[in-house]
Design a protein. Structure first.
Length: 312
């Protein structure tokens, strides 16, 4: 993921500011019933991923973690589709890639797509990083979003959805260089070009990225607001109904280059739920102790409620 603190986003803040009612505390509707979700189990799923070691494409840890994720999802979903291919990098390296798509009610026409990236970054090259050539453990960057999807899958196994649900783990999001747009978003780009069915068109989708920080603040990411404003509206309204309006703030956020961008370009209405305010981003300190079960609980409740509300 890469954000762009440019004039465009400042402009957007200005535009969105007009006509908006004010702070989060204002006009909060009666709290909705909280859907079942186990934040502690999600935290264990972060721990399990990190225990494989950094999930850097081309490494044994990446292969083993991918096998584990497939097995976990096969135990929950109606069907799991693995897209496997080889990505040749700009530097000429061949990388084995896998997107993992867990499907509930795979023939249902009305469906929702949830996305997270399961790879972790090969280099902890954040500005000021003490070990810029070491790999990123990826507890929050990658691990947290995957954990949300694994726990959503477990909940849906217990209480199957009335609608179709697709949980997509994409590979190779964080491999290369965002500045030059080289070897990044590899899996989401592949998925956009290899949709699971002709005319595949979920009602909407949500990318969950960096969703485990102990102080969650999700601003409304600018590409999402521009590309699928009704989905932003839906997810934030659900969060606020659940009483999670402090985390899901109505503030306009930056433009972020993330896995939702290739999907939006393909015409899928996918937004990005992301917390940029994470001091350990792309450092060796993106470790499990930085991830909070309480935050995962909050985000997971929103993810589940968005699905359950469609069933009514
Ligand atoms: Zn990253």
């Amino acid at each position: 993921m890469r954000f762009r603190p440019l004039i465009a986003s400042v402009l957007l803040i200005g535009l969105l500011g007009c006509g908006r009612g004010g702070g989060d505390a204002e006009a909060r509707p009666a709290e909705a019933v909280r859907p079942a979700f186990d934040g502690q189990a999600a935290l264990e799923a972060v721990r399990a991923q990190v225990a494989f070691g950094p999930r850097v494409p081309g490494t044994a840890a990446h292969r083993a973690a991918g096998d584990w994720l497939v097995a976990q999802l096969r135990a929950s979903a109606d069907t799991v589709v693995v897209q496997a291919w080889t990505h040749r990098t700009a530097g000429g390296v061949s990388l084995p890639m896998r997107n993992i798509l867990a499907r509930f009610r795979p023939t249902a026409a009305e469906r929702v797509l949830y996305v997270a990236h399961w790879d972790s970054r090969p280099h902890a090259d954040a500005v000021g990083s003490v070990q810029p050539t070491a790999p990123v453990p990826g507890a929050n960057d990658g691990g947290s979003g995957v954990a949300i999807l694994l726990e959503v899958a477990r909940q849906l196994r217990g209480a199957p959805p009335a609608i179709g649900v697709d949980l997509l783990l994409v590979d190779g999001e964080d491999y290369g260089d965002f500045d030059t747009d080289t070897d990044v978003l590899i899996g989401s780009r592949y998925f956009a070009e290899h949709l699971p069915a002709p005319g595949y068109a979920p009602l909407f989708g949500v990318l969950w990225d960096m969703v485990g920080d102990s102080l969650p603040v999700f601003e409304q990411e600018a590409n999402s607001v521009r590309g699928a404003p009704e989905v932003v509206q839906r997810v934030w309204a659900t969060a606020q109904r659940l009483g999670h309006g402090a985390a899901f703030t109505n503030r306009a956020g930056l433009s972020i280059t993330d896995d939702h961008v290739p999907l939006l370009s393909k015409g899928l209405r996918v937004i990005d739920v992301i917390d940029l305010d994470y001091p350990w981003h792309h450092t060796i300190d993106d470790t499990v102790d930085k991830v909070s079960a309480r935050t995962l609980q909050l985000v997971g409740e929103v993810a589940m409620a968005v699905l359950r509300e469609l069933e009514r």
